[in-house]
Design a protein around this ligand. Structure first.
Ligand code: GDG
Length: 476
């Protein structure tokens, strides 16, 4: 078995299994942002990636893929249901997004979560070379850092939390609140999207475990009575900015943007929303605001169209099925009330598109609506900005998305305040070109300066630093 100096552990492997026309199996790199972020780092480090191959009940041996050693973790259909759909997506997801939907606390889900986390920890322990660095990703694997440390105290362990960490008053609902904090504190570096998330985590640690915290440092007791320092701090994630610029410069994609405008009947303004169909994204609030603007006569369906891409997501979880019904009812009502033969109010697309089409949509959109009720970061906001090489277009951005901390030049909104959101949308629609340019240039500067490579480098540097400190301690 190959052992690597850098091991990434994530719920999913960075590849999708594809079955060819003759039934032959192969693997294709999945399009996700994390994959893009880590690919160059993994290649350089001869890294390994531990994760689920995305299909239940299949046994796959470890294999090499484009310079990375992939270690598949097997999940049964029942484990997918209990650990992934249940505990991860119906307990942690709603709880960590401020209980927008009611989290369900089920002991059988928790038991499966512990068991599956142990399996990931074991696979990571086997894949890591002596003294290696292991980087665990996200809320599906919160117990892995501690489980890994117990098995392999020689490792340097990092954990990055892609979603929000809630305020203590909400977090404390979790029946397993101590176990999760202890699980996370197995890491040397615990990364969050926002400063506020790191603060919420440190407060939960103080309240629940009574460990002392100072600035970003947390003093964690070791089993032998000594202590060690864990770092809990914000590392805001970003995108591969250059690749969006490259797509936005392509002639065929620019032509496609023009074609999209034409196919919508050349409205004066196009508003755009791009989200996984998820209750955290504020899609209903956005539609309510737009529907009222039409009903109030502040916008005319001949002049303004909202394009909403809602990519299919977690379709087996009840809350998502219900949300889909509600959204589709709302779209039907608004369109029924306002559409004309030649113009539609909302062009709703429950589909996933290639990245090229996404960028064409970004280029076609005069106003990008990011109205999340809660969001760790929201990469779509950054992708829109990166694509606007013409320095035009307006980003309307919820203050409840992590991206709001870095993008103050967006038009900021509170999506719960429907009147405020309506005014903000009008302001965006009517914004003079000069102001658009001023704001967009400031936004673009941010995503150029902090791209995903900067993000992964600064996290890896923090882990390097932790390793040096630990080493100095064990030598003394
Ligand atoms: C989680 C956190 C955090 C969407 N539909 C299509 C498509 N997408 C792409 C977007 C973007 C990504 O998926 C979604 O990322 P977001 O950040 O917007 O949201 P989550 O999926 O909820 O991600 C979030 C993120 O992790 C990273 O840490 O920012 O807060 O919730 O890249 O463009 N891409 C394509 N077709 C689609 O139909 N190609």
């Amino acid at each position: 078995m190959t052992q690597a100096e850098l091991v990434v552990v994530a719920n999913r492997l960075p590849v999708d299994r594809v079955v060819g026309p003759e039934g032959e199996l192969s693997w294709r790199r999945s399009p996700g942002g994390l994959v893009t972020a880590l690919e160059p780092v993994m290649r350089r480090a001869d890294g390994a990636w531990v994760g689920w191959p995305g299909q239940a009940d299949i046994d796959v041996d470890p294999f090499e893929f484009e310079g990375t050693y992939l270690v598949p973790v097997r999940l049964s259909a029942e484990e997918v249901e209990l650990y992934y759909e249940g505990m991860s997506n119906d307990t942690f997801w709603p709880l960590y997004h401020d209980v927008i939907s009611e989290p369900r606390y089920r002991r059988v889900w928790w038991d499966a979560y512990v068991k599956v986390n142990r399996r990931f920890a074991e696979a990571a322990a086997a894949a890591a070379a002596p003294g290696a660095t292991v980087w665990v990703q996200d809320y599906q694997l919160q117990l892995v850092p501690q489980m890994l440390r117990e098995r392999r105290p020689d490792l340097t362990i990092g954990y990055f939390h892609h979603i929000p960490f809630p305020a203590y008053g909400l977090y404390s609902q979790l029946p397993w609140r101590r176990q999760v904090l202890e699980g996370l504190l197995g890491a040397d570096v615990i990364g969050f999207q926002r400063v506020a998330d790191a603060g919420n985590f440190a407060r939960a640690v103080r309240r629940q475990l009574r460990y002392p915290t100072k600035a970003s440092g947390i003093t964690v007791p070791n089993p032998d009575g000594t202590t060690r320092n864990a770092l809990a701090k914000a590392f805001p994630i970003s995108i591969d900015t250059a690749s969006y610029v490259e797509l936005a410069e392509r002639e065929d994609i620019r032509a496609r943007a023009q074609e999209i405008r034409e196919s919508l009947g050349n409205p004066k303004k196009i508003l755009l929303g791009v989200d996984r169909l998820d209750y955290t994204k504020g899609i209903r609030h956005r539609m309510k605001a737009f529907g009222e603007l039409l009903a109030d006569g502040r916008v005319d369906v001949e002049d303004v169209t909202l394009v909403q891409v809602a990519s299919p997501s977690r379709e087996r979880v009840d809350a998502y099925m219900q949300l889909r019904d509600e959204i589709e009812l709302t779209v039907g009502r608004i369109n029924g009330d306002h559409d004309t033969m030649g113009h539609t109010a909302i062009r709703y697309l429950h589909q996933a598109y290639p990245r090229e089409e996404m960028v064409a949509l970004f280029l076609a959109a005069d106003v990008m609506l990011v109205t999340a009720l809660r969001d760790g970061m929201n990469l779509v906001a950054k992708e829109y900005v990166a694509s606007r090489i013409d320095n035009r277009g307006v980003l309307v951005l919820s203050e409840f998305a992590g991206a709001a901390d870095e993008l103050p030049s967006a038009v900021r909104i509170n999506p719960h305040d429907i009147d405020g959101m309506k005014d903000a949308i009008m302001r965006a629609i009517e914004m003079p070109a000069a102001e658009q340019g001023r704001r967009m240039r400031a936004l673009r500067k941010k995503v150029r300066e902090n791209d995903v490579a900067t993000w992964s480098q600064s996290f890896l540097r923090a882990m390097d630093h932790a390793q040096t400190l630990n080493h100095a301690k064990s030598v003394n």
